[in-house]
Design a protein around this ligand. Structure first.
Ligand code: ZN
Length: 140
C-alpha cells in the first residue's frame, strides 16, 4: 500500500519481549517541506472559510483556524523527516499490529488494536543512550 520512504527495521518491545517489525521513514528536502507546509495551511484556511457558514461556532472556528494555519504550517515545515507508518507483530499478543505515522523521534509508542497493550518501538541498532536507565542485563 505504501511505497514511499525508506524501510527502517524496528523492534517492538513490551516488557522483556522483543519482536521485529518494519516502518517506512521519509525525509523531505526543502521544496517538499514547503509544499507540505502550504498544503497544511490551505487545508486549515479552507476549513476556516467553510466554518464561516456554521452559526455561532464560527466565532471560535474562523479565528482559531486562521491562527492555527500558519502555526501548523510552520511546524510542518520544520519537520525534516517522519515515520510514514509500518507493521509489526504485537509483542504481547502476537497479532499483526499496524504502526501509524509518527514524527521521526525515537522511541515512540503504538497501542495494539487487539489487546490495547502499548508497545515501545525502537530502532534495533540503537545502543542504549546514557540518558536511558535500562535495566542492566549484561554480565561482564
Ligand atoms: Zn496485542
Amino acid at each position: 500500500m505504501m511505497s514511499r520512504g525508506t524501510a527502517q527495521p524496528v523492534v517492538l518491545i513490551t516488557g522483556d519481549r522483543r519482536v521485529p517489525g518494519e516502518v517506512r521513514v521519509e525525509r523531505w528536502d526543502k521544496p517538499a517541506r514547503l509544499l507540505r507546509a502550504a498544503k497544511r495551511l490551505a487545508v486549515l484556511w479552507g476549513l476556516a472559510v467553510v466554518s464561516v457558514l456554521i452559526p455561532i461556532a464560527h466565532f471560535v472556528l474562523v479565528p482559531g483556524l486562521l491562527i492555527a494555519g500558519p502555526i501548523a504550517a510552520y511546524l510542518r515545515f520544520r519537520q525534516e523527516s517522519g515515520v510514514l507508518g509500518g507493521e509489526g507483530s504485537c509483542p504481547f499478543c502476537g497479532k499483526t499490529m499496524t504502526i501509524d505515522d509518527h514524527p521521526d523521534e525515537w522511541p515512540f509508542f503504538e497501542t495494539c488494536e487487539a489487546c490495547h497493550d502499548p508497545a515501545r518501538i525502537e530502532k534495533p541498532e540503537v545502543a542504549a543512550p546514557a540518558a536511558y536507565d535500562n535495566e542492566p542485563t549484561g554480565q561482564t
